[in-house]
Design a binder for this molecule. Sequence first.
Ligand SMILES: *[C@@H]1O[C@H](CO)[C@@H](O)[C@H](O)[C@H]1NC(C)=O
Ligand SMILES: *[C@@H]1O[C@H](CO)[C@@H](O)[C@H](O)[C@H]1NC(C)=O
Ligand SMILES: *[C@@H]1O[C@H](CO)[C@@H](O)[C@H](O)[C@H]1NC(C)=O
Length: 434
Amino acid sequence: MHLAALLFVSALFVAAFALDNGVMRTPPMGWLAWERFRCDIDCEHDPKNCISENLFIDMADRLAEDGWRELGYVYVNIDDCWSSMERDEKGRLQPDPKRFPGGIPKLARYMHDRGLKLGIYGDMGTHTCGGYPGTPLDKITIDAQTFADWEVDMFKFDGCYSNATEQEQGYPLMSKALNATGRPIGYSCSWPAYQGGLPPKVNYTQLAKICNLWRNYGDIQDSWDSVLNIIDWFFENQDILIPVAGPGRWNDPDMLIVGDFGLSMDQSRAQMALWAIMAAPLFMSNDLRTISSGARRILQNKIAININQDPMGVQGRRIVKEKSGIEVFWRPLSNNASALVFFSRRSDMPYRYRTSLSRLNYTTGSYKIFDVFSEKTVTLKDSTDFVVSVNPSGVVMWYVSAPAELNLRQFYRGGKLQRSAYDDDENAIPRVFL
Ligand SMILES: *[C@@H]1O[C@H](CO)[C@@H](O)[C@H](O)[C@H]1NC(C)=O
Ligand SMILES: *[C@@H]1O[C@H](CO)[C@@H](O)[C@H](O)[C@H]1NC(C)=O
Ligand SMILES: *[C@@H]1O[C@H](CO)[C@@H](O)[C@H](O)[C@H]1NC(C)=O
């Protein structure tokens, strides 16, 4: 059986065990406060950047007005440090009254009126990581109901100040409690990140049943080192992680930091490309009010987003790791299409990598290729050698259409078969998109 077909069947098989709340059938997309805005609560001296309702309203306005929402970036997610230090007289969590004077329901309405969704944050221990009230076992039911009453759409459940035994009880209990509210609420579990991210300590079959997405690994920071560290962990463990992902259940390598301070434009394209290959949730953590046009163009790249959002939901894999520092990643997509990423770990100069589609496991004929970032197209036969030029810590990303014989209409025009560009000269090595 063809590899893509095999993966498709196994994806269908596991899908029977996904959390049945109907949401996040493709990886969720939006904006999340943490990486960029952390626990800045000094609204007196830093009113534009502190964790307050104004920050989330500003980001919602940008998502709605600057073309993000139409591309799928709809979640506006609050992270830590939103709440008051005290629960209210009925034992419910409440937002800090100075920083969120309108309350969370008003913020949720603001999002919904604009076709956006609101996410909120809690922690299954005694306290959140930032020292705010946690949601230990005896508070799970009331907190789930409070979020549903506020009409929240997503909930991230962190794990600071809890132990393994409590987590084993708390994460499934919260899943049940959210379900019992009757409101579909996307559920993000930080549980595996607190247990090393790997079996036997982490049971991914169970996670897929109770959560829509889960943080497998440590927090991202605003640096290329951090992105590289995350990429390495996810692809070194790809054989464990790929089978558990699918519609409604996603591995989460953490936020996109494109548009912040730590990445060059090449590194930004690398993060976007590899998050798309991984079928990762796309939560930007940046300042959409001041983002550069270059970063915006990368984050708003329609083909990269389409690859990320492919409805088949199969997570991609690293298929080549060359001594030269070039790596190749592949993701099967619906309609017999696929995505390829050529990634360079080098630090010298653009590297001219020579290969062919057949060496990358492609068979049968000629493929139409669209270069995601240069927006050029080319047709390649599987057997033809080609050269791609990959910048240091950068990528070349391709959307590869179904092979011609599976997609004949594209190639017959005016009753004539359109021959591929390189059919006639088997010996010429095309320098693709140089
Ligand atoms: C609750 O779970 C049941 C059974 O899995 C499912 O059919 C239902 O849609 C869920 N409801 C919500 C709101 O998640
Ligand atoms: C976890 O914390 C609980 C208190 O909530 C305690 O009773 C239990 O012994 C702890 N378990 C471990 C393994 O540390
Ligand atoms: C993992 O969880 C699944 C589903 O909850 C369960 O059937 C299975 O026994 C668990 N596996 C292990 C090794 O505990």
